[in-house]
Ligand binder design. Structure first.
Ligand code: COA
Ligand code: ZN
Length: 300
């Protein structure tokens, strides 16, 4: 029998790409600092479920985020190098990524000066100038680049962010030749109408293929925001096993949208992710055991 492809209001969607951020966004903010071996084991388990895109860690100051130290050792031990991305906040992080032959880097630009200062001690303008250099150098060296447009809807220090300004900043980064833009609701305050409006505005001058979305589930609106994004043509989403996570520098930032919830909803909608949910639930168990945390994902 031919596979049923259900047509919904979002149009015919066959496949959604899931980028797992548990090993970075998920564990950077937990009290339990995982060892490199535990991080390795978690990534291997996630890969077994069919996940092919994982943010495995970051090259940041070990004083700022102690849980991410050892990312170089972790990267060396992993085998499917082109499945992994690593967050870099500045040129020093980029140099470390190059030394370790990382194939995909994630830059993070918080759109307000207050949040960008707290996160990486630079103004938006200073980071933008540095990111242009990093993107240029990456393009010369065949390194794939993603840029997170962080606190894209609400900033914990400055409140609601004007979406016209976010579009302008995003277009500037796109003009530098970045491969992908991730629109991030870092503190989980956005609602589906705001998500639709921002993606609609971005689509006026860009192809939606180059965007993905990153939601936190603070107000239980993560899946609703995914659906709103699907309606605007977005097909790539970040999520985190168990719904762990949050940014240590953004007060109010709670867990990410859980991978099992995202994959579960896609399965119910007959949208393929290439991920086996039963196997994913074993990774959830592992994450729960390693962090000793109650997980917020509901699809288990
Ligand atoms: N990786 C590792 N160490 C780094 C680094 C990097 N990418 N960038 C700077 N450092 C080190 C410097 O070598 C210096 O070390 P020293 O004290 O031993 O001499 C120290 O950090 C301070 O360097 P400086 O350039 O003055 O940085 P800063 O104090 O202004 O901090 C960041 C800037 C970006 C390094 C720091 O804020 C950071 O790591 N933030 C990470 C934020 C994050 O991961 N947020 C969550 C994800 S969104
Ligand atoms: Zn996040």
């Amino acid at each position: 029998m031919p596979r049923l492809v259900r047509s919904t209001k979002v149009g015919i969607v066959n496949f959604v790409h899931v980028n797992e951020v548990g090993p970075r966004d998920g564990i950077q903010n937990t009290n339990a600092v995982l060892s490199v071996s535990e991080r390795f084991e978690l990534i291997r388990s996630l890969e077994k479920s069919g996940i092919q895109s994982i943010e495995i860690g970051s090259f940041v100051s070990p004083k700022a985020v102690p849980s991410m130290s050892g990312t170089d050792k972790l990267f060396k031990r992993l085998s499917n190098k082109n499945n992994y991305s690593v967050l870099v906040p500045n040129l020093k992080g980029f140099n470390l990524a190059q030394e370790n032959n990382v194939e995909e880097i994630c830059l993070v630009l918080c759109v307000t000066d207050s949040m960008n200062k707290k996160n990486i001690n630079k103004t938006v303008e200073e980071s933008t100038i540095e990111f242009k250099k990093i993107i240029d150098e990456s393009n010369r060296n065949n390194i794939r680049t993603k840029c997170y447009i962080s606190v894209a809807f609400y900033c914990p220090y400055e409140g609601k962010v004007d979406n016209g300004y976010v579009v302008e900043l995003t277009n500037t980064i796109i003009s530098y030749g970045v491969d992908e833009i991730v629109i991030a609701d870092t503190i989980g305050q956005a609602n589906p109408s705001e998500v639709k409006e921002l993606f609609k505005k971005l689509a006026r001058s860009n192809n939606t293929d180059q965007f993905s979305a990153h939601f936190h589930d603070t107000k239980a609106l993560g899946l609703s925001n995914v659906f709103a994004s699907l309606e605007e043509g977005i097909r790539k989403f970040d999520s985190c096993i168990g719904g762990l996570g949050g940014c240590p520098f953004a007060p109010g930032s709670t867990g990410n949208l859980a991978t099992e919830d995202l994959v579960g909803m896609m399965e119910m909608m007959n949208i393929d992710t290439g991920i086996d949910i039963d196997s994913l639930l074993q990774s959830r168990e592992l994450a729960s055991k390693m962090t000793s945390l109650e997980l917020i994902g509901r699809m288990y």
